[in-house]
Design a protein around this ligand. Structure first.
Ligand SMILES: Nc1ncnc2c1ncn2[C@@H]1O[C@H](COP(=O)(O)OP(=O)(O)OP(=O)(O)O)[C@@H](O)[C@H]1O
Length: 598
């Protein structure tokens, strides 16, 4: 038997109570819709049991030799009840579906939003597979439940309560007989639920690991090929797939046992109702034959919907589990970082006594103190490994410094909630990612409320308007993986356009123009300048022309600030910056001239 891979710790999972609290808060947002859904469902259920009553009464009338004209009124009553039941059940199904879809859309959006904000170390630890399974499989499980089972579950539950109440109105002993199936059903459910829950959790873990193995295999294709590890890699994926398959099969076996036990409970209930009816009729005609017929029909009437629920029970529970996993993601403390309610007073960016170490030993940023006034543009320069990227990431709140504080408008970035943080500051890093999908969706990630005009204006600001217009389908062209491949410079422009659309008061650009070759670099520099207009800006400047344009230049070496001031002053000072500048100018003269290329 294959060795099982150790399970990763995974992302947090909410308790059932937390998921229920979240669901209640969502339902409370649509009180009218929910109230009408319940009302229609209730009246619809009453209308569906009217024909049963009418038939029972007909039995008594036939036994009492009623005239044949009685049948006409029975047909009319059944027809009216059927029309009412059809209309109301349809309306209830529509409202339940609409409420469910609204909640589902909210859940999907919130989960995706949180997924994008997940701290990278947590994501690395939990594995991307877990995250992917949540936003794909768990959302799909809930969607399946909302579309296929939610409305029928609600109408069946209403019908069960109503039917038992109706049987009780005939004779309380019949009601008790019908209710016998409830504790029995609950026992079966109680025995089955933990098993399915375990099976579903294990199935999700197994599918997460399968997704993780696939991602790892695909990302590592060059290494796998280089070392001839195809066989080991395939074996790992097969093992993860095998575990997932075993769990899915175990889930089906447990479901079939549950359905059989559910059927037995139904027949015990029907048998009890019939036996009590028999005794009640035999002993002094305490109920009529028609009433016994009504009781038996009402009970039997529940068989079909109950069977549907039994069969879709795994779906229902999978949706519940998915809900716990998604609410866990949404509620997770690490993700939520709600922050205090302090709001920045302005867009001044302050780094106070910042030091940082990644591994606890090598200190890569040392006691950096830097204040960037609102609207000021500061360039960070220094040799490779000086700590520029680290300072930029700390200034954007992407990593927390080992010591010291980064603040915007007086508020510690660590105390701003993730959402507030992204409203205040945006970072463009060297690795610009283009998400797959239509280009306009990629842009709207920065601001979901941006209209078409806003998108076009942002593209114009970053000089991308013309080439986007010339794409096969303009702004609707599919880009990213499997779509139109943007050049590095175009991807940078899109990242800048996202910055314009997000419109944060503070921008951090980490080598945003270094990707492009010399020809486009000057242009990109210009667009980066336009995109950051009016914002407090920290630019990691590998091209010193960017530094020359900034209000102030900070020179960083071995994690320390060793010089700072405006470009011209630093040149006059003849220190490290002047040295870097002379080397840069020399490089420019010796190598290809940007303007020639343009
Ligand atoms: N995630 C990390 N884990 C461990 N060490 C890191 C990490 N990122 C950077 N470092 C180290 O921290 C030091 C500073 O790196 P940083 O990327 O901040 O410098 P930089 O000035 O931006 O360099 P470059 O110009 O090459 O991008 C380097 O010694 C680097 O190896």
């Amino acid at each position: 038997m294959a060795r099982k891979s150790p399970a990763r710790p995974g992302l947090p999972i909410a308790t059932s109570r937390q998921a229920a609290v979240w669901l209640r808060s969502m339902l409370a947002r649509q009180p009218l819709q929910v109230s009408f859904a319940i009302l229609f469902s209730l009246i619809g259920a009453i209308a569906t049991i009217v024909p049963v009553y009418v038939l029972g009464r007909l039995v008594d009338d036939v036994l009492a030799d009623a005239p044949t004209s009685r049948i006409t009124s029975v047909i009319v009553q059944i027809l009216l009840a059927a029309i009412m039941a059809g209309l109301l059940t349809g309306a209830a199904t529509f409202l339940v579906g609409k409420t469910g879809e609204t909640i589902l859309a909210n859940l999907r959006e919130r989960a995706l939003e949180h997924a994008l904000l997940l701290p990278l170390p947590l994501l690395e630890e939990a594995g991307k597979g877990d995250l992917l399974t949540r936003i794909n499989d768990d959302v799909a499980a809930i969607a399946r439940f909302v579309r296929n089972s939610l409305a029928s579950l609600m109408s069946t539950l209403t019908l069960v309560v109503l039917s038992i109440a109706a049987v009780t109105t005939i004779d309380y002993r019949l009601g008790l007989g019908a209710a016998v199936s409830i504790p029995l059903g609950l026992i079966v459910l109680r025995l089955h639920m933990p098993r399915t829950r375990r099976a579903i959790t294990q199935e999700r873990q197994a599918t997460s690991q399968r997704a993780q193995a696939l991602i790892a295999g695909m990302q590592g294709v060059p290494t796998v090929r280089a070392y001839g590890l195809e066989h080991e890699q395939t074996a790992q994926i097969s093992e993860a797939s095998g575990q997932a398959r075993e769990q899915i099969l175990a889930g089906y076996q447990s479901l079939s046992r549950f359905v059989s036990a559910g059927k037995v409970v139904q027949y015990i209930g029907l048998g009890t109702v019939l036996a009590i009816s028999f005794v009640l009729i035999q002993e002094g005609e305490q109920i009529t034959v028609g009433e016994a017929t009504i009781a038996a029909l009402l009970f039997y009437r529940l068989f079909a919907p109950m069977q549907d629920i039994l069969f879709s029970f795994n779906d229902i529970q999978a949706a519940g589990e998915g809900m716990r996993r998604l609410v866990g993601l949404i509620n997770s403390e690490v993700v939520r970082e709600r922050g205090r309610n302090d709001q920045p007073t302005d867009s001044t960016l302050e780094l106070e006594a910042i030091s940082h170490t990644y591994d606890g030993t090598a200190v890569v940023v040392r006691d950096v103190n830097l204040t960037i006034a609102a609207g000021e543009r500061v360039a960070l320069v220094g040799s490779t490994g000086a700590g520029k990227t680290t300072v930029a990431a700390i200034a954007a709140g992407v990593i927390r410094p080992s010591s010291g504080q980064a603040r915007i408008g007086g508020v510690d970035l660590a105390e701003l909630g993730s959402r507030d943080l992204r409203k205040q500051v945006a970072i463009i890093s060297q690795e610009v990612h283009v998400f797959s999908g239509p280009l306009f969706e990629d842009l709207r990630l920065a601001n979901p409320f941006a209209g078409d005009d806003d998108l076009q204006a942002a593209l114009r600001t970053v000089g991308a308007h013309a080439w986007v217009h010339n794409l096969p389908e303009g702004i609707a062209t599919m880009v990213g993986e499997g779509g139109y491949q943007l050049t590095a410079a175009q991807a940078q422009q899109i990242a800048l356009a996202r910055l314009v659309l997000a419109n944060p008061p503070v921008a951090v650009l980490d080598e945003a123009t270094a990707e492009a070759g010399s020809a486009g670099a000057r242009e990109l520099e210009h667009y980066a300048y336009e995109a950051t207009h009016g914002r407090t800006t920290l630019i990691v400047a590998h091209r010193l022309t960017q530094a020359a344009r900034a209000d102030r230049v900070i020179v960083l070496e071995h994690g320390y600030i060793i010089e700072q001031g405006p470009h011209s002053e630093l040149l006059k000072r003849g220190g490290r910056y002047a040295e870097l500048w002379n080397a840069w100018e020399g490089r420019d003269k010796d190598s290809i001239n940007d303007d020639d290329l343009e």
